[in-house]
Design a binder for this molecule. Structure first.
Ligand code: SF4
Length: 339
């Protein structure tokens, strides 16, 4: 049997219905289950909370590209590395709303807008608020990723109708300073708390393949699962090594390890949308299918992420057809069963 907290029963582990704190030991034991047992458990948890054949589809737009003051070792947009990316200014509101309309026409239900900032400047907040209001008026869910936020900025975005704020914790607390030195893991958690306090839903995940140990991946997921409320969205990215960046020479992630991490995310955070994010271009269709089986139920659609390639709609539609998957309608999360 699994060595879990006394308060958590074996059946609650299977359904993920128990609230509580996970330990690294609990999570490691689940991660190391025989692959078939792990996937069976993850799929069982998934089915208890979601339509197993529905995938939430988001679209991402870079509203301000490059020239970022932060030194994230994985990022093409950091001004600290010679990645060759051309920086651009904050986009105009009209253009952002027009792009969101196109995304909606293409089936996306959530529009994610990302700016390469350490944190937004006060002078940009008015434009940002107008973008949220404009996209919201199209009937789409809105998400932004703008770097660190103060409580006041979080409240302003909440009042504008922002649904989600993305702020990844990237990796474990232990490994964090190996990847980023211009801010701390605690800074990340502080912004997540500010966003949550303002009533905005949280999107927070991380990246695999930066040289971290398996235990760092497990620790990252335990941190997310143990937040006062788990993030509603958990993006799991696979590093795309960027030439010129600090992590340009990292070897690829083992696909089985990646699928195990997705399964663990699903089991630890049963009600969250687990998103297959950057790196899908490097995954085979079979690997993606395993990820969906392990509980991933969200993807980014379109040819591009912020600055990285994405499979594109034709390829995704073909894969969805082959797997019998369908786009998830808005608000399709099933409520937690009463105990
Ligand atoms: S990940 Fe974000 S904060 Fe880090 S360098 Fe890139 S744009 Fe800046």
């Amino acid at each position: 049997m699994l060595d879990v907290h006394a308060s958590r029963t074996a059946s609650s582990l299977q359904t993920g219905a128990a609230a509580g704190r996970w330990t690294i030991g609990d999570a490691r034991k689940i991660y190391n289950l025989p692959f078939n047992d792990l996937l069976f458990r993850a799929q069982s948890v998934h089915r208890a909370h979601f339509d197993p054949n529905a995938i939430q589809m988001s679209r991402l737009l870079s509203i301000k590209t490059g020239g970022c003051a932060e030194d994230c070792g994985y990022c093409s947009q950091s001004a600290h590395y010679p990645t060759g990316l051309k920086a651009s200014k904050l986009m105009e509101v009209e253009r952002v709303v027009a792009e969101a309309q196109k995304a909606k026409d293409g089936g996306a239900t959530r529009y994610c807008m990302g700016a390469a900032w350490r944190s937004p400047k006060e002078r940009d907040m008015e434009t940002i608020v107008a973008m949220v209001e404009g996209v919201k008026a199209l009937g789409m869910e809105t998400c932004m990723t703008l770097g660190m936020l103060t409580p006041t900025q979080s409240e302003r975005l909440a009042n504008a109708g922002l649904d989600y704020y993305n702020h990844n914790i990237d990796t474990s607390e232990r490994f964090y300073s190996e990847v980023i030195t211009t801010r701390t893991f605690a800074d990340r958690l502080e912004t997540l708390a500010n966003v949550r306090e303002a009533g905005i839903k949280v999107c927070a995940g991380g990246i695999l393949g930066m040289g971290e140990a398996i235990d760092d991946r497990i620790s990252m997921l335990v941190t997310l699962a143990n937040l006062p409320a788990a993030p509603e969205s958990v993006p799991i990215n696979m590093l795309i090594p960027i030439p010129g960046s600090k992590l340009a020479d990292q070897p690829p992630v083992d696909p089985i390890d990646f699928v195990r991490t997705i399964a663990l995310a699903r089991i630890l955070m049963p009600q969250s949308h687990v998103r297959l994010s950057a790196g899908r271009t490097e995954m085979s269709d079979e690997m993606q299918a395993f990820c969906f089986f392990a509980g991933a139920n969200s993807i980014f659609v379109g040819e591009m992420l912020l600055t990285a390639d994405n499979p594109g709609e034709d390829h995704d539609s073909a894969l969805f057809r082959r797997l019998g998957l369908k786009p998830m309608a808005l608000q399709a999360v099933q409520p937690e069963p009463a105990e």
